[in-house]
Design a binder for this molecule. Structure first.
Ligand code: PHE
Length: 452
């Protein structure tokens, strides 16, 4: 059967960037930086991206492109009759757990879009805004309704088959989102007291790094690049055989990194200007942005409302494109592996993630008392996926390419049969990273984190 292909490298990079860029960059990165002490965390994050995430990215691309199939099919094709096919299960489970809490945060964005449409932030003080956010997420019904709206949107897009349409749409909204974040960053940097935030992001203080911060940096890098769950593998299966995997990997990682760093520089200076605690946790973005809009509103009320509305719309689109990429993995699995009808599969995935999402949402309010390893249900699902399941998935992908696949096949795939001169020249280093460095370091961090 002939398969569709991305028409060019830039389309492949854009599609992968669409999955990669999402709440991970805008919401999760700033709060992770804040919880883990600033610049030192960013340094570890950069190192993890270079030494661990890129090798995993290449591994997933190589498997996907070599077989032109999704995770389960690829494993069956490259390692028939082995236990590797069970990787498929991991790559279905992780995205669905991520989707549950992701949809709760998507729901918060829906609520904040509505708030900006009704000019809610104008004239409010930091105390008002902080209390409003805390009151909202700890209430029962509001966040549940918003979570339901967000997840229903995903399900509708998948059911109506307009996934392609939304991805096309995101091609236009992504640059707009980028531009808006740059505008917010410039404004945030101009606030009195912002320089403390800049220092926090640029001057590493390693004493602020917690023991768990290294694992958190690695997890954030994997989360942000959608690694270890088969998303990149599946997208790569659509890349043409003559395309350069090195540049699509580096291109996607560079986009993703740039977005995260700019989001950090948009949020953190305002955090310091407003006197918010950098370690405020998952609510950081939603306490900081309204403060920026309220300040902006004092001078330029119209511009502030316009930026607020556009920002939350574009954040929602970015969140939706990432969320759909997770939803689709589950649906494809049920359809292709279990013979379930597509509409029924969509319903089943919806119900499962909706129910777990409800528990995540309620864990900021009525279910706050339930603690798993010291975290509420939301925090537990987040850490379980980013710090363990994605890490484990990434480890298995590098082991598969480094040890199970034949070196010649890996080289052929990476260098297009030796035609790509630069890729061929750096192949030994890349292979060394995939075979030795990435698995060893991931394993080390993984085990230390378990013991801590
Ligand atoms: N990378 C996405 C983000 O940053 C999240 C994601 C994780 C998407 C795993 C797909 C798979 O928002």
């Amino acid at each position: 059967m002939s398969r569709e292909h991305f028409s060019s490298r830039s389309t492949a990079v854009l599609a992968m960037a669409g999955s990669a860029i999402g709440l991970g960059n805008i919401w999760r990165f700033p709060y992770m930086v804040g919880e883990n002490g600033g610049a030192a965390f960013i340094l570890v994050y950069l190192l993890a991206t270079l030494l661990l995430s890129l090798p995993i990215f290449f591994s997933e691309s190589i498997i996907g492109r070599a077989t032109h199939q999704g995770t389960i099919g690829a494993m069956k094709a490259l390692a028939p009759g082995t236990a590797w096919r069970h990787m498929g299960l991991l790559t279905v489970l992780s995205p669905l757990i991520i989707l549950s809490f992701y949809s709760v945060v998507g729901g918060w964005s829906v609520e904040y879009l509505l708030k900006s449409l009704t000019f809610d932030f104008q004239g409010a003080t930091q105390e008002d805004l902080g209390a409003a956010f805390g009151g909202f997420i700890s209430s029962t019904w509001g966040p549940l309704v918003c979570h339901t709206v967000f997840l229903s949107l995903c399900a509708l897009i998948i059911l109506a088959g307009v996934k392609k349409g939304i991805e096309q749409f995101s091609k236009y909204t992504m640059p707009l989102l980028f531009l808006l974040i740059v505008v917010i960053m410039v404004y945030s940097l101009s606030l009195p007291g912002a320089s403390e935030g800049v220092k926090y992001l640029l001057k590493p203080d390693f004493s602020r790094l917690k023991a768990s911060s290294v694992a958190a940096a690695m997890g954030q890098s994997f989360f942000s690049l959608s690694l270890g769950v088969g998303t990149i593998l599946t997208y790569s299966s659509y890349i043409r055989t003559e395309e350069n995997l090195l540049s699509s990997g580096v291109g996607t990682a560079a986009f993703d990194l740039g977005f995260a760093l700019i989001a950090g520089f948009a949020v953190m200076p305002a955090v310091f200007a407003a006197g918010i605690a950098p370690g405020a946790g998952p609510g950081l973005l939603f306490e900081t942005l309204p403060y920026i809009f309220s300040k902006m509103g004092m001078n330029l009320p119209w511009l502030s409302s316009l930026v607020a509305v556009l920002l939350f719309v574009t954040v929602l689109v970015a969140a939706l494109t990432s969320a759909i990429s997770m939803f689709e993995v589950g649906v494809t699995f049920l359809v292709e592996e279990r013979g379930v009808k597509r509409s029924r599969a969509t319903g089943l995935i919806f119900l499962g993630t909706w129910a777990l999402g409800c528990l995540c949402s309620l864990s900021f309010g009525p279910l706050d008392g339930i603690r798993l390893f010291g975290k509420n249900i939301f925090g537990f699902c987040d850490a379980l996926t980013a710090n363990f399941l994605m890490t484990f998935g990434g480890l298995l992908f590098t082991l598969f390419v480094g040890w199970k696949m034949k070196k010649e096949q890996v080289r052929d795939e990476f260098t297009c049969g030796g035609q790509l001169r630069f890729s061929a020249r750096i192949f030994p280093a890349v292979y060394f990273l995939i075979r030795w460095i990435a698995p060893a370091v991931i394993l080390l961090i993984f085990v230390t984190n378990l013991l801590l």
